[in-house]
Design a protein around this ligand. Sequence first.
Ligand SMILES: Nc1ncnc2c1ncn2[C@@H]1O[C@H](COP(=O)(O)OP(=O)(O)O)[C@@H](O)[C@H]1O
Ligand SMILES: [Mg+2]
Length: 278
Amino acid sequence: MSRIEKALEKAAKMRQEKNENSNTNLIPALKVSTIERERVTFRPSPYLVTLTDPTSSVTEEYRKLKARIVKITKSRGFLNTIMVTSSIGTEGKTVTAMNLAITLAQEYDHTVLLIDADLRQPDIHRHLNTESQKGLTDYLLNKAELSDILLKTELERLDVLPAGSRIDNPVELIMSDRMKGLLHELKHQYANRYIIVDTPPLLPFAESHHLASIVDGVILVVREEHVPLSNLKEALQILKDTNILGVVYNNATLERFNDNYYYYYERYRYRQGDGDKE
Ligand SMILES: Nc1ncnc2c1ncn2[C@@H]1O[C@H](COP(=O)(O)OP(=O)(O)O)[C@@H](O)[C@H]1O
Ligand SMILES: [Mg+2]
């Protein structure tokens, strides 16, 4: 190939790249949505009730949570980066983050990105049928592009960023400028997208305290008869200067609620599931 031919080919390639960039008008890391990949499905789980049992009373509670979150987060601007945390482990952070993300994505108005930032006990990928091993840690270590690790799910409006490779020093990565930059970029990427961040518990680790200062709002999960009151008070103290959007009381004993509550849900169930009983 002559030098002129080479130059012409180079110019054509540059024109093509320029067109691609001006078409998307996005910085390279954010060209994610243009890459078409197979969508991953969710593994059947009794905890993902918003998918498996859309007419259940528990699903209805998640829808109420979603409605409140939408109302609060849209009352002043758009507080779209939201983390889910708890005082100690196994209070239901992942279950809550996933069901909230699913109900938000089921609504026509929003797209959702669910991020697994619990690098201590990453769990979101376990709920997905995926072989992918890479995720947030690989991005933060500069070992992967965002476009290579984001997973599209069977829900059209829900993408997932899994935790990725296991590492020894999660606190450093979560507190890095790259993590802050990522959340900032993602926050401004699309006008109507929620970023839901699953995180480690507050008391044993430092990451969530830091994350709470760089997201727009915090949801605190409190599991009934699981967390001692002193731990809960300590967690609230840690969060005192952050924007707590609400508390999710998880695994609650239904007997605590009155008869009207039951009646309401029974009616709801019949109406949705079995028309002739209503
Ligand atoms: N509402 C609930 N009802 C019954 N079990 C629950 C509930 N929420 C959580 N669990 C149990 O706790 C476990 C941990 O939940 P998970 O969301 O992974 O907690 P975390 O992310 O806070 O560690 C679940 O696998 C499940 O066994
Ligand atoms: Mg978890």
